[in-house]
Write a protein that binds this ligand. Structure first.
Ligand code: NIG
Ligand code: FE
Length: 423
């Protein structure tokens, strides 16, 4: 059958193997490699792929794209970000560098709360513009799907503003955005004496968020000095009753038992896990919850790295994400996150690709469509200025991505976003 697009002259096609569930432990070393490959696309989906030039799929209208003998992987899936927020926090950076701890800055009304103030003041247009710019950077770095959280409003009006802007962007921008409601990201200062009424307010917000179709997941920051395990149980149980998928920020600074809670409630993912306990690892091993580790945050906060080798030996399913946000991970360069995963988490290239595509897709319930290249899956893929994936991990902190295709459409060409110039 004639394809809409044939990408030929692919030196190496490297992809995880699509499956109904995420790869776990040892399974994360499995990769399908095809040398001298082609990819044929029809209606935004992979029609065929394999060795050779795909000539059988070339018809009169088929667009041909030359991969110049280079590497192709699935589009990267960044499954934990706070992409929609306003402003930046460089004025706190110095404080942090002088050694003031992350939670201390928050306790003093800075940190997340200063981004909350900026986001409350921003107009939807300002918020849209800043977030669109970030999505463009992510896309040029090879990311074709992101998860994006609210959580810089902490009141009904601003949480809805953030989620509506995100929904508008998801409609306009080639990067798909999986929306998460993180109303319980921090306790606003005016609720210090009345935590319960804040949490009840978050539950009320969930109803509006659901009615407007603004989120698929609900998340909470379960951390010492933020929300405890019982508060997290309350929020996540109410979310579950309303049909949301669940996520949790857990074991980032102090292990409180948030991972065990996530496994008990059947959360799609438990995220951070820098200080996860043996009990937490055992819980993950027996659950379907994906362990989503965020090594850029460890790098940026100068804190512990998640004990990934131990988790993989235990047979846990692992995803890696950027955690892009204005405080603990202010960089949209997901390839750099993957460099850190290689260097500090000691993950192999095969494990990293599984974590950043297939398992990430499962952690946002999209494993049946994205995260691997195979007939019938979405034609989201990336062509690198590199011959192999280990090179991308080794030659760190630069952008190796040359071209990006989203649903079979060329959206980044020679490192530039071209999606706005309609063809
Ligand atoms: O995942 N830990 C909580 N939330 C974000 C940081 C948000 C911020 O500092 O603005 C995180 O690291
Ligand atoms: Fe986060």
């Amino acid at each position: 059958m004639a394809a809409d697009l044939v990408v030929r002259n692919i030196g190496t096609l490297w992809t995880p193997i699509a499956a109904d569930s995420p790869a776990k432990g040892e399974g994360m070393t499995e990769i399908r490699e095809i040398k001298n490959a082609f990819l044929a696309v029809k209606d935004g989906v992979i029609l065929d792929m394999g060795e050779g030039d795909g000539a059988a799929h070339v018809g009169g209208r088929t667009q041909i794209h030359d991969a110049r003998g280079d590497l192709v992987t699935p589009g990267l899936v960044d499954s934990h970000t706070h992409v929609v927020h306003y402003g930046s926090r460089e004025y706190e950076f110095e404080k942090k560098m002088r050694g003031v701890p992350y939670l201390k800055i928050l306790e003093e009304g800075g940190g997340i709360l200063s981004s909350v103030r900026a986001t409350r003041e921003a107009t939807p247009e300002e918020l849209y513009r800043q977030s669109k710019r970030s999505l463009d950077i992510m896309l040029t770095h090879g990311v074709t799907t992101v998860e994006g959280k609210s959580g810089y409003g902490l009141d009904m009006e601003t949480e809805l503003k953030q989620l509506r802007v995100q929904k508008a962007l998801a409609g306009d921008h080639p990067v798909d955005i999986v929306p998460t409601f993180l109303g319980a990201h921090a306790l606003p200062e005016d609720f210090k004496e009345d935590r319960m009424s804040f949490l009840e307010g978050v539950v009320d917000m969930m109803d509006t968020v659901r009615e407007e179709g603004l989120a698929e997941f609900v998340d909470i920051f379960c951390e010492k000095g933020v929300f405890n395990v019982e508060e997290s149980r309350y929020i996540l149980s109410e979310a579950k009753k309303r049909g949301f998928g669940l996520k949790i920020h857990a074991d980032e600074i102090e292990p409180l038992g948030g991972v065990e809670l996530a496994c008990e409630l059947g959360a799609a993912s438990a995220d951070h896990l820098m200080v996860i306990t043996d009990e937490g690892i055992t819980a993950l091993k027996h659950a379907n919850t994906v362990a989503n580790v965020l090594p850029s945050t460890s790098f940026y906060l100068g804190s512990d790295y998640a004990p990934v080798r131990k988790m993989l030996e235990a047979g846990v399913a692992l995803a890696v994400s950027s955690d892009y946000n204005p405080g603990s991970s202010p960089s949209e360069n997901f390839q750099f996150t993957l460099n850190i995963a290689a260097i500090h988490l000691k993950m192999s290239p095969e494990e990293i690709l599984n974590a950043a595509t297939k398992n990430a897709a499962h952690s946002v319930m999209r494993g049946d469509r994205i995260g691997a290249l195979e007939k019938g899956m979405a034609a989201d893929f990336v062509i690198y200025d590199a011959k192999n994936f280990p090179y991308v991990l080794y030659h760190f902190a630069i952008n190796h991505v040359r071209d990006v295709f989203k649903n079979g459409r060329l959206v980044v060409h020679n490192k530039q976003c071209v999606w706005e110039e309609e063809t």
